[in-house]
Design a protein around this ligand. Structure first.
Ligand code: URA
Length: 197
């Protein structure tokens, strides 16, 4: 974990961070994944979305949120007038866990310094955690997602404050479409915050 923190901190750009992560041997998930799934979108985006870990489609394509969850995310973004190419999208864990199991707490802990550095380097105005595990890993919260969602939290990173919100994970919305009305509320609040100077 110390090695991960030192290596993550040494990256001065997103490209460097990607290279360091690609060479990093401290996470066992790397051995079973096909490739690193680093990020997608615009490095200068005002808004950054962070999921949990890549699934099968992401592992094949090397990009986050390109499978069914990603297609729903794209539609949710479109609903608030955002194209995903104007956002920045990543995951807490950048390698697919075998069989799409949840990452273990140890795997999440090992990977956290890298996603934290990624947030610092993108320096978005707004951070959106998709699902409870992303929010718990990054925002130091422990509540379940139905309690956490829709609330603004201040996230301090690299001496700067970022407005952060957790919302429902698109995979959850695919299983529980009735909950989309809650996500819709969150996305409208996100849109309004983005429009503020
Ligand atoms: N679910 C996630 O959390 N991340 C992805 O990239 C895809 C599905």
């Amino acid at each position: 974990e110390l090695a991960a923190r030192e290596q993550a901190r040494s990256a001065r750009t997103l490209d460097e961070l990607r290279e360091i992560l690609d060479r990093f041997e401290g996470c066992a998930l790397k051995a079973t994944a096909s490739r690193l799934v680093f990020a997608d979108g615009a490095p200068d985006a005002d808004i950054m979305f962070i999921g949990e870990a890549p699934g099968r489609d992401e592992d094949i394509q090397g990009k986050p949120f390109v499978g069914r969850s990603g297609q729903l995310l794209d539609r949710m973004l479109a609903a608030i007038g955002l194209d995903r190419t104007r956002t920045y999208i990543a995951n807490v864990v950048p390698w697919r866990p075998p069989g799409n199991r949840d990452p273990t707490p140890q795997e999440t802990t090992i990977c956290r310094p890298f996603i934290e550095r990624q947030i610092e380097l993108v320096d978005p105005k707004i951070l959106v955690c998709l699902g409870a595990r992303s929010a718990q890993a990054l925002l130091g919260v422990t509540d379940g997602i139905l309690k956490l969602r829709g609330r603004w939290l201040e996230h301090e990173i690299g001496g700067r404050r970022i407005q952060a919100m957790a919302t429902l994970h698109p995979a959850y919305l695919l299983r529980q479409p009735v909950q989309k009305r809650l996500a819709w509320r969150d996305f409208r609040a996100i849109r309004a915050a983005l429009e503020q100077p």
